[in-house]
Every structure is written in C-alpha cells, then in structure tokens.
Design a protein around this ligand. Structure first.
Ligand SMILES: Nc1nc2c(ncn2[C@@H]2O[C@H](COP(=O)(O)OP(=O)(O)OP(=O)(O)O)[C@@H](O)[C@H]2O)c(=O)[nH]1
Ligand SMILES: [Mg+2]
Length: 313
C-alpha cells in the first residue's frame, strides 16, 4: 500500500517550510541574490553559480551536470536572462526530485516489515517511533523491535517512545543477538495479529564488516519468518553530514540493498542541497524527510512540496 501524507496538509507544509529555512537562506537565497544582481548571463555568473551549488552540498557530479544543462540551454537561447536562469534551475530541481520520490510500500496482507539502518546518531530510533505512531494513526497495527542490543540504553529509549505512542516494543537484554529480537517480534506479530513490524537497529560504521554482516543476518531472519521481508530497508541519513552521505549510501546499499532513504535533521543545516545530489546519483528513492524533533516533522517526501517550500518565501 502507498501511505498518504496524512494530517493537515497546510500545517505540514508550514513545518516543512520552517524546517528548510536554513537551506533557503544559506543556499537558494544566495543563488537568487547572485542571479538577480546581474543583467546578463556570462561565464562569471555561471562560475559563481557553480560555486554556490558546491557549497550547498549538491555534490560535484550533479552540480557539473546541472551547469552543463544550463550552458546548453543558454547556447540554444532557451534561457536568455538571469530571471530565466532562476526559473530553469527551479524546474531542474523539480525534475530531479520528482524522479526520486517514493512511498513506503507494505503488503496489503500479512505482516509488513520495515527495517531502519544507519550510522550512529543519524535518527533511527526517533524515526522508528515517529513512523510507528503515524502508521498506527493510519489504522495499522504496529509493533516495534528493539534490535539495537549494543547500547544498553537503546531499548529503554525505544520503550519510552513506545509508551508515549501507545506502541508495544519487544526487547531483550543488552548484548543479546539482534536477530533474535527480530525473530521474537515477528513471531509476536504473527501470533497476536499485528500487521506492521518496525525494526530499530544499532548505529554502525558503514566501513565495519562485522556490523554490516549483523544487518544481513537480521534480514535473513525476517525473510525466513515472512518470505519477501523486510519489505522496506530504509537508510536513515543525517543531512548535516554533507558529502559523507554519498559514501554511506553507497556502502549500505551494496551491503543490504536499500529500498529507500530517510533524510533527517534538514532543519539543522543550510546544506539541504545534498538531497538533489543523492537523488540524482543513486537509484534509491527518498521516502521520508525529518525537519525537526516533533512527530509531525517526519514527513513523506513530496517533491513538489519540497521544491515549493525551498524556493517560495
Ligand atoms: N533537529 C532534528 N533532530 C532530529 C531529527 N531526527 C532526529 N533528531 C535528533 O537526533 C538525535 C539522535 O536521534 P536517534 O533517533 O537517537 O538516533 P539513532 O540513529 O537512533 O542513534 P544511535 O542509536 O545512537 O545510533 C536525537 O536527539 C533526535 O531528536 C530531525 O529531523 N531534526
Ligand atoms: Mg538508536
């Protein structure tokens, strides 16, 4: 099933806009000011634009491609004035992002399993809790697996979130096998008629082989109990990590085959342009964005809403 944006659309848009204010001010607004100061398009303008895109963490490949497209459009007289450059770049952003937006997809019947992975502190546990709460509001029967058995306080953190949201959490002693927690949780779901399992996992360095193996074991355990699961394996990426996000995405995707991305902490950075680069360079759809610490700040990724919230003030 595809899940809706949920809630009050205008309120959500206002939160998205507030969450993207730093990127608007620190990136988009600089681009606008640069362009609108000029009365003609020349190499100097294009070079300065390129610099702003790189500073905005769009990434060298996507920046280069966008600039090449812009130069072509200028050469063909499709873009003639600085005003038109702005319109062109906004349209490009819309095109790139709409090609990469995705929704969380769970089976219509049986137990749907969502697994959250990512590096330390990226926002996995809060994303598990917020998403669980939202899916519950949308009528799903949700149970959470505290499969971060590595950090002693991790299960406790999830249990507290679970209590607040009225969600059952299955956990074991610190140090136990995370795959065993997932085994217990999926069995509990099957036995007690839950239709959605969300798995929190321990933060891991994407460069540590044994931790990446642990993630694969969790996946094998899930697929034995529910063939075809996990239905979603979401990489939670902290948007403030900048260019490091690219190598994280590549290595996690190689290790477990991601079905989607969650970009958190967009509210804390002026470098939200990273979404453009990630979207352009990887075949993994962006499914959720985090623009603050409140429950409503975890939103489905909607490309049009995102571009509008970023550009229009
Ligand atoms: N501002 C902001 N803070 C966020 C967002 N998402 C998560 N956080 C905060 O980031 C911090 C870390 O979040 P956790 O969910 O504990 O991260 P984690 O990935 O589970 O961390 P480990 O389990 O230690 O690997 C918390 O203080 C969250 O409130 C967001 O979208 N915006
Ligand atoms: Mg955690």
């Amino acid at each position: 099933m595809g899940l809706g944006l949920g809630g009050d659309r205008q309120g959500l848009f206002a939160r998205l806009k507030a969450g993207l204010a730093k990127t608007h001010d620190g990136f988009i607004n600089k681009v606008e000011r640069l362009i609108l100061r000029r009365n003609r398009i020349d190499d100097e303008l294009l070079d300065e634009l390129e610099e702003l895109y790189l500073q905005g963490d769009v990434g060298p490949r996507t920046t280069e491609e966008l600039m090449a497209r812009l130069r072509r459009a200028v050469a063909r007289n499709e873009v003639r004035t600085p005003d038109e450059v702005l319109v062109f770049l906004k349209a490009q952003a819309r095109e790139i992002l709409s090609g990469c937006a995705g929704r969380i997809e769970l089976p219509a019947q049986g137990v749907g399993v969502i697994m959250m992975v990512g590096t330390n502190g990226s926002g996995k546990t809060t994303t598990v809790a917020k998403l669980g709460r939202r899916l519950k509001h949308e009528g799903r029967r949700v149970i959470l697996a505290a499969a971060d058995t590595f950090r002693a306080a991790a299960a406790e953190q999830l249990v507290i979130w679970g209590e607040r949201a009225g969600l059952e959490v299955i956990s074991q002693k610190p140090g136990s096998d995370p795959a065993a927690v997932v085994y217990d949780t999926i069995n509990a779901a099957i036995a007690r008629g839950y239709d959605t399992v969300i798995v929190d996992t321990a933060g891991r360095m994407h460069t540590k082989v044994n931790l990446m193996e642990e993630m694969k074991k969790i996946r094998r355990t899930a697929s034995k109990l529910v063939p075809g699961s996990p239905h979603e394996t979401l990489l939670v990426l902290d948007a403030t990590t900048g260019q490091n996000a690219f190598s994280q995405l590549r290595l996690f995707h190689e290790a477990v085959g991601l079905t989607g991305l969650v970009l958190t902490k967009l509210d804390g950075t002026a470098r939200g342009g990273v979404v453009l680069g990630l979207a352009r360079e990887f075949p993994v759809p962006v499914k959720l964005v985090g623009v603050g610490e409140k429950v409503e700040d975890l939103q489905d990724f909607d490309a049009d809403a995102f571009v509008d919230a970023l550009y229009d003030r």
